[in-house]
Design a protein around this ligand. Sequence first.
Ligand code: TYD
Ligand code: MG
Length: 456
Amino acid sequence: MAKEKQVFYCKECGNEFGKWMGQCPACKAWNSFVEEKVTKTRSSKTVAVSDRPKATSIKDVSSSEESRISTHISELDRVLGGGIVRGALVLVGGDPGIGKSTLLLEMCRNLVKEDTKVLYVSGEESMSQIKSRAVRLGIESGSVMEERLMLLSDIDMDNIESQIDSLGAEVVVIDSIQTIEAPGIESAPGTISQVREVTARLMQIAKQKGTAIFIVGHVTKEGNVAGPRTLEHMVDSVLYFEGDESGGFRLLRANKNRFGSTNEIGVFNMTDTGLEEVTNPSEFFLNGRPEGASGSAVVCVIEGTRAMLVEIQALLADSNYSMAKRTSVGIDFNRVGLLTAVIEKRGGLSLSGCDCYVNVAGGLRINDPSTDLGVVLAIASSFRDRPIDSSTVIIGEIGLTGEIRGVRSVAQRIKEAAKLGYKKAIVPKSNAAKELEGLGVDIIYVSNIRQALDCV
Ligand code: TYD
Ligand code: MG
């Protein structure tokens, strides 16, 4: 018989409690409890002990690593750790409208081309909406891709499971987890108990049948995948799709990956025919860089294992306020405040009467301290209205005493600059090394902010 139970979940950590509390005992979050009524109608299956799995020697276990399936989107393959692993459960999170459905439909298009059995389940869009998107993504009528790509517009977990079974799908996309409903749990789709139950059932399908399952999850205002954090613990990999919605630039990052590194990123550009891979991010970010303008500096950031050249722009204007404004886009505001203070105190430039705006061109958000010196020199360049030589790349972290500190992977950064035709590099003295010579770039070593300001 159906038994109704009232439970409270913590929105932050997903733990379940029998009564309401102001603070979650597990994760210490305040006011994070939500009440849900859970009705379990189905009795959990009991399996006879003789049918349960037996312990096996690890040598008899085959690894699913060998049979990765390539998505033929190299940026996605890279983030997944070299392709899709059979039986993996992957959560793809991101703001609404960022391009999750587009990316996964493109992936399905490529997979069916190679005759992989794919099922695209949508609880959000009708079949005809998916079809018109598919046409935009190049799935032409009459093509093999059109014939092989299987769609399902449903929210019922039982039906989804039986469809996966009857099609023998190797890769399944669930768009999105917040719309799917597991019968037997009587709360609405998208509630914590539903999301957890659906994920647990998908996990079971993935592990038992070796089906790779991609789950789309929308992100809340706080930046977490809606539903509890426990969702992230349950899946094998968590990928986040982020970017600047007004522009085309998108970044795919792995937050967790049981089958590869979390350092890799994938770079995409949203066009009117879908997502385009950006195989050379430096070129993409430097595109449209003004020649001979003051306030522009090129730095090199390392994202994952990749070096990318990025332009930093600064603009200083006489302030009309008693307290000058400091604004930054794409870079931490406090960091810019700290750097302007260092320029004033240690570099001897008086910026106090100027509003200062700093922007990272191309919509990227950077978090790499090696860009400090580039920010400082861009600000100084705008202040003096003197352009920085356009073939110079600037590398270095700045300390509060105005010292330039060494950064990691300098050789990799300089190689990237050389590849794009840069001729000069300003580099921290403590990074001086033989290997930096002979890369075709003139190296200027600096150890403090004064020296750096003198060389541009
Ligand atoms: P979508 O994949 O639906 O986002 P999500 O699933 O993350 O909510 O992407 C929607 C946005 O992408 C929408 O604003 C339109 C844009 N878009 C393009 O610019 N070009 C395209 O070819 C497609 C399919 C979408
Ligand atoms: Mg979508």
